[in-house]
Design a protein. Structure first.
Length: 240
């Protein structure tokens, strides 16, 4: 029986929902983030605010929330020429992928997470990757996660379990999952404290949270929130 989990926790909507998911299932939950020179490194501050708010507002999770880890992965930013690590405009590349794609990012994240989990005696790695409603990144696909799980298990000589609770749901369903896990307080916490915007914009407040409202991350988050809100309104409307 698995009793502990390491959550890849950037401080965004998806990783916060995954953190809540892990806190409902495991007795000990630790978090891990990476500083890779991302333009939106404001997320590294947001994640601390999210952890603090979770501890304050959800006492049933407070004792389960263990250590936080931040690893320097600046080498990834040094070898990446993307709009997430360079001050360039967002656009689609000839490959068909957006230039926000950082090659090897999730592969490196999971490898280092597995090494840390090994040292910390943790059974499960939880990550918020998704191929249902996403930007087309190949390292977010279910096949990639399954392949990484096999490779890491072989390389560590122990079973590594990678959980992807958001893999087959869209952004509206991600908001709904947050509500199922922590009710309206968790939804409100995600709106107020998490960060998703690729530009690191925190001055513009929308119904779904802070962000520029124009980048792909903001558009996906806003669209999901609108779908979630519409479903709530339909459920609350009196039947004819």
């Amino acid at each position: 029986m698995h009793t502990s989990a390491l959550v890849l926790f950037s401080g965004g909507q998806d990783s916060t929902t995954c953190l809540a998911y892990a806190l409902t299932r495991y007795a000990r939950v630790e978090t891990l983030a990476f500083d890779y020179g991302q333009r939106h490194r404001v997320e590294l501050d947001a994640r601390l605010a999210v952890r603090a708010a979770l501890g304050q507002q959800f006492p049933q999770w407070r004792q389960r929330l263990g250590e936080d880890h931040l690893l320097d992965l600046s080498v990834l930013g040094a070898i990446s020429d993307t709009s997430l690590t360079r001050d360039t405009a967002f656009q689609m590349e000839a490959s068909g992928l957006p230039n926000t794609f950082v090659p090897g990012r999730n592969l490196m994240f999971l490898t280092l997470a597995a090494a840390l989990a090994y040292r910390r005696g943790i059974d499960v790695i939880v990550t918020g990757v998704c191929e249902t409603d996403y930007s087309g990144y190949p390292d977010c696909r279910d096949d990639t996660m399954k392949a990484m799980q096999v490779a890491l298990s072989l390389g560590m000589e122990r079973r590594v379990l990678i959980e992807t609770p958001l893999m087959w749901i869209d952004k509206a369903a991600t908001w709904e999952l947050a509500q199922d896990l922590g009710g309206q307080p968790l939804v409100d916490l995600i709106v107020e404290h998490t960060h998703t915007c690729y530009l690191g914009e925190r001055s513009q407040r929308h119904a779904w949270g802070y962000g520029c409202g124009q980048c792909a991350a903001c558009v996906l988050r806003a669209k999901g929130y609108a779908g979630f809100s519409d479903k709530l309104k339909r459920a609350a409307a009196p039947s004819a």
